[in-house]
Design a binder for this molecule. Sequence first.
Ligand code: SPV
Ligand code: MG
Length: 286
Amino acid sequence: MQRLSYPSFRSVLAENEIVRVAGANHALGGLLAEEAGFQAVWSSSLEVSASRGLPDASILSMTEYLEAAANIQKALRIPVVADCDTGYGGKLNIAHMVHEFEAAGITAICVEDKLFPKMNSFVAGAQTLLGEQEFAARIAVAKQAQSTGEMYVIARTEALISGLTVDVALERCRIYADSGADAVLVHSKAKSREQIASFLQGWDFRVPVVIVPTTYPDWHIDEIKQAGVSVVIYANQGLRATVRALRDTYRSVYENGDSMAVEDSIASVQDVFRLQSLETWQKLDV
Ligand code: SPV
Ligand code: MG
């Protein structure tokens, strides 16, 4: 039995007008996203840190995020896009990060223009940005560090998250694209799509645009495509579903004293075996 093979994120993007990406923090989540039809999986820093019971605040190390992303990738036939936060330090850290993620078979990474240590974009309070020239230099270093043409580097601006204008976000993204970014991610915590729509109207599409519609969830994929977006990351819906499902299930089993009330709403053990590719593994042991 051979290890699974998967296409690079770059080739998936070349073959699809729009790529839908689901957040996950472990291989099983990634497998379920793949099963649902997603074309890639986002190894989310929010999800990975939450899975450890920790805030998404640059507490875990690069190695820990790498291990999470690599473990997801190993189980999938679709590529992982690794959320690499701010790049875990300065230019040298970014170069090392690219070497390590590439060596682990990750074909797409995303870095954001906040200061290290960063705080999750939805946490109340000020978010401080790195100067745009310094971040652009880090993007250039990331591109120099990759050893094949496959690695796809997404430059994410947190300009809108930190309260700056759409014009500032556009200017930052132009600079990042001109420094070699393969795509730009413009993040927003606005409750409606208008801010991102206005960004898209001003963007010249010198590189593709990635969005994360967490706080503006009513934007249908067909409309998002129409607006010119190439990659949509549903970053944390899986995590939030897990929290509710586990909470409700554990409570029910504990409070009822048996698991009858949940039996019809939880997966069967056979379903779990299937996700583990048990049959394939058993064939090795005849
Ligand atoms: C993540 O999923 O970790 C992200 C998206 O970076 S957000 O949580 O919105 O910052
Ligand atoms: Mg993140």
